[in-house]
Design a protein around this ligand. Sequence first.
Ligand SMILES: C[S@@+](CC[C@H](N)C(=O)[O-])C[C@H]1O[C@@H](n2cnc3c(N)ncnc32)[C@H](O)[C@@H]1O
Length: 292
Amino acid sequence: MAKEVFESLPSGWKTYMDGTFGHGGHVEYIMQQLQAHEGEDAVKNKRIVAVDRDLKMLEKGRELVHKYHAHIDFVHNSYSHIEEILQSELLPQIDYILLDLGVNMEHFKDPERGFSFLYDAPLDMRFDQTNGQTAARIVNTYPRERLAEVFVKYGDFPEKSGLYIADALIAERTNGHILTTTELHDTLKKKGIRKNQMPIIFQCLRIETNHELDELIIFLEKFPPLLSKGGRCAIMTYHSIEDRLVKIAFKQLADEAGYELYNKKVIKPHYLEVQHNRAARSAKLRVIERVR
Ligand SMILES: C[S@@+](CC[C@H](N)C(=O)[O-])C[C@H]1O[C@@H](n2cnc3c(N)ncnc32)[C@H](O)[C@@H]1O
């Protein structure tokens, strides 16, 4: 939804934080559009703060600086530390913030990161490989109820199924650790877990490994006063729990004085985009504006 994101930028914006920079697709699209509509120099008047928890992503993004002669600062941090990030950039407020909470296909395609059961890899799944516990640690150390809760909460599994999956993992780990994607996949398969449930179980573990919901909740509490007047925050979600969190937080802000919903109805991708990119089909974009 790069076009929809671009269209939601406030007119005259100067500062933009991309909280989930990834491979810089949105930033690059914005630069291309700026150059096409406002000329080569338009990019030079903008300041972009590119944030990602994955250092590797930021390293690749540096190419954009040379390609567009852009002012981009790369910050290896979590978007939930927005106050600290803006302070270090000497920006008291910001005109636009984007979070794209989708999965990064580069993570999935990287055979060493452990996000996908299509590749045999250590069960890592951390966006930030310099920090935090791996998915293997969760699988091998969480007690039964806590493990089941991961599948119930993030995968919508009934409680009984959550406990069944947890029991399957616990039975296997008592015989030796589950350390790789293949070991996890084969353990689940042996216990009769269906093929179509496999990606959901992997997704639950990814969400838990990276505290994805907690990061979003913290961000939603912190960002409102950091928007400048007329500034906007746009969040793209792909998971119903995340979308609900954003919807409720934005509605609460809009009910209070000082903020307005930019889009009353959620923005979904154009059907042509979905045809071209199946992963976009569940995307939802919500944008809020600080009006005072
Ligand atoms: C869907 S990709 C973003 C794609 C990007 N919008 C683009 O156009 O290329 C999501 C990225 O967010 C990063 N990420 C996930 N959680 C994060 C967090 N809490 N803080 C910062 N980056 C995060 C991941 O490492 C991943 O690279």
